[in-house]
Design a protein around this ligand. Structure first.
Ligand code: SAJ
Length: 406
């Protein structure tokens, strides 16, 4: 029996996938509303294929609870935020979950941590509790780190097809846990030690952050001298050993904009390129604001009320707004005392910012200038409606209107 703890963006799809593929699964979350919703048969966020997977897992017998249950395996997928001042991982939810499950666990239970953590988090914050428990109760609880790797928007496919890392203290435990993942994962499953698994995960997201920062820095350089950054990246990427990602309005989400800070916090003075990349990516919403001001001045748009921000989520075709560049930009506008820009996002159905509109056609009608912050499929399908607008396209997806780019 597997008790999946934390039924968010990672825990829920993983719990469903395990249940669908033959494991007996109970999902646990401390958010009572969320559990009630799942118990009533509703999914709690939008993701391609999630509803179907939910139906299949329900038929297979998955259940949801508000408390931890005795289990052979625990799969912990709780949030691991970073402390904004120290830049270090904040393990409070992880520690809470570990303490809670130790109160009910069976002898020999294996605790698999999927949450992203910085190197040594398990040794420093988790292992002491497990060791103490094992000494007092002779329970032989084992710890494993199997960091999640799935990308929002393509989670179900990636759960089944990505390669996985299993960090553990012994080969025997690694092989047991590998069998569980192999029930649904067709990718290669690599067994290693816990610290390597912790570091590898953070390295993967940091690599992407640095690559995007390079693209963003190129965008600024090219803007300075009026060169086409997209054309330059396209041609450079024809080189067999070059693969530059795309510039954009900033890096959001709960992973790439967060994990590199763990390395900066833990290795100050050593993590230099990583820190520079974070600063460049964090500067992009302000750069978009600067481009907006240039374009508004050129077209004599005096009233911010005539400007619309399209997209509030951190990236296309997801409903996740965590660390969203658009929300950062709105924050920056407030700091510059610029209020009143309109906003629209087809995935954000409750109003979370001022002047957010829920009707796309009215949003377009009200705006002289539209800033494409997120390239949702929705805007690609409705591009013709923007034909007579001034457009700042931060995602390089638009071909019509009076068009400006980053
Ligand atoms: N972005 C760009 N330019 C690009 C690609 C992305 O500006 O060329 C922006 C996006 O718009 C977004 C941010 O970066 O704001 C991050 O988006 P993403 O699609 O690159 O990644 P995430 O955060 O959705 O998911 C990442 C993935 N990690 C890697 O690709 C190395 C995913 O596999 C991880 O599971 C996830 O982080 C995580 O949870 O760690």
């Amino acid at each position: 029996m597997i008790n999946v703890i934390g039924l968010g963006y990672i825990g829920l799809p993983t719990a469903l996938m395990l249940a669908k593929n033959g494991s007996k699964v109970i999902g646990t979350d401390n958010n009572a509303d969320l559990v009630r919703k799942l118990q009533k048969g509703f999914i709690t966020f939008e993701e391609a294929g999630l509803s179907k997977l939910f139906e299949e897992a329900s038929l297979a017998g998955i259940t949801f609870e508000n408390h931890y249950v005795p289990a052979d395996y625990y799969l912990v997928a709780v949030p691991t935020p970073y402390d904004k001042d120290s830049k270090k991982v904040n393990p409070k939810y992880l520690v809470e979950a570990i303490k809670g499950l130790l109160e009910v666990c069976k002898k020999g239970s294996v605790v698999i941590i999927e949450s992203t953590i910085s190197p040594k988090t398990i040794d420093v914050f988790v292992r002491p509790f497990i060791n103490e428990h094992n000494i007092n109760k002779h329970d032989n609880i084992e710890i494993v780190h199997a960091p999640e790797r799935i990308i929002p928007g393509n989670m179900i496919y990636e759960l089944e097809n990505n390669s996985r890392t299993i960090g553990c203290d012994s080969k025997e435990i690694g092989e047991r846990v590998k069998k569980i993942y192999a029930s649904f994962c067709k990718g290669e499953i690599i067994i290693t030690d816990i610290r390597t698994a912790e570091m590898t995960k953070v390295v993967e997201n940091t690599y992407r952050d640095i690559n995007i920062a390079f693209a963003n820095e190129l965008a600024k350089i090219c803007r300075h001298d009026n060169m086409d950054v997209y054309e330059i990246i396209k041609i450079a990427n024809k080189h067999p050993r070059v693969n530059i990602l795309s510039p954009g309005p900033g890096v959001g989400g709960h992973c790439i904009s967060v994990d590199p800070w763990f390395l900066v916090g833990d290795y100050p003075g050593l993590a230099n390129i990583i820190l520079a990349a974070r600063k460049i990516n964090d500067s992009m919403p302000e750069f978009v604001l600067y481009r907006m001001a240039q374009i508004m001045e050129k077209h004599r748009i005096k009233n911010v009320n005539k400007v619309g921000l399209y997209g509030l989520t951190y990236k296309e075709n997801v409903d996740d707004i965590r660390e969203s560049p658009t929300l950062q930009l709105i924050g920056n506008m407030k700091n510059h005392l610029a209020y009143g820009a309109r906003c629209f996002d087809p995935f954000v159905k409750i109003n979370i910012v001022e002047n957010q509109m829920q009707n796309f056609d009215e949003f377009v009608d009200e705006c002289e200038m539209i800033v494409i912050m997120v390239a949702h499929g929705h805007i690609l399908e409705n591009m013709d409606k923007l034909a007579d607008k001034i457009i700042l396209d931060t995602r390089n997806v638009c071909t019509c209107g009076n068009l400006y780019k980053l």
